[in-house]
Design a binder for this molecule. Structure first.
Ligand SMILES: [Fe+2]
Length: 194
């Protein structure tokens, strides 16, 4: 359970690598959702937030070479003093991907691992839905998001099965949508939504 750097230091770390605006939005959204989930599950809010913020720490280096995604993260995080547990959770969001041979046969096991993959995947659906609504999230409702979740043609690359992994934490999908919409709403100004 060791978290070794401050949030400001984590932001500085991310800035060392090339990150697009949409990448930044994704990190901040994942952080916000993870914090809200931790609160709901009585877990360590700062720790879960840090996992969300840094889960794609190596993305700037690996986006053109997926096989290294989540692998390069190990060294980067180790150098910053994160322990094996933190690194394993970060890497677990790459489990099951054919594109990452070293991780493709691994299975997520813990609550926090399921929460991370579900949270980071749901950000894509929420952001796409907000864009469709003219960037408006302030009045986004669970009902609407649920419809988009069911409509497989909407944001079709967004893996619904990974979002559904939230149920492994004991939180139902509807409640997850509610928690996540509120979390993203709370940082809307930082991520270009209204
Ligand atoms: Fe991600």
């Amino acid at each position: 359970m060791k978290k070794s750097i401050t949030r400001d230091e984590a932001i500085e770390l991310l800035k060392q690598y090339e990150q697009s605006e949409s990448d930044w939005n994704h990190y901040l959204e994942t952080e916000a959702i993870m914090k809200a989930l931790a609160k709901k599950l009585n877990e360590n809010v700062e720790y879960w937030g840090m996992l969300g913020l840094l889960h794609d720490v190596d993305w700037g280096l690996t986006k053109n070479n997926w096989a290294e995604h989540c692998i390069k993260a190990e060294q980067i995080l180790k150098e910053k003093g994160f322990d094996d547990e933190f690194i394993k959770i970060v890497q677990s969001h790459g489990y099951g991907y054919e594109e990452i041979p070293a991780l493709k046969d691994k299975k997520r096991e813990t609550k926090v691992e399921h929460a991370l993959i579900a949270a980071e995947t749901l950000t894509g659906l929420i952001y796409a839905y907000a864009l469709m609504r003219g960037k408006k999230i302030s009045d986004m409702e669970v009902k609407g998001l649920k419809k988009k979740f069911k409509d497989k043609k909407f944001a079709e690359n967004c893996r619904r099965d990974l979002i559904s992994e939230i149920e492994e934490t004991g939180i139902e999908l509807t409640e997850f949508f509610e928690i996540a919409i509120e979390a993203v709403k709370s940082i809307k100004d930082e991520i270009g939504l209204i």
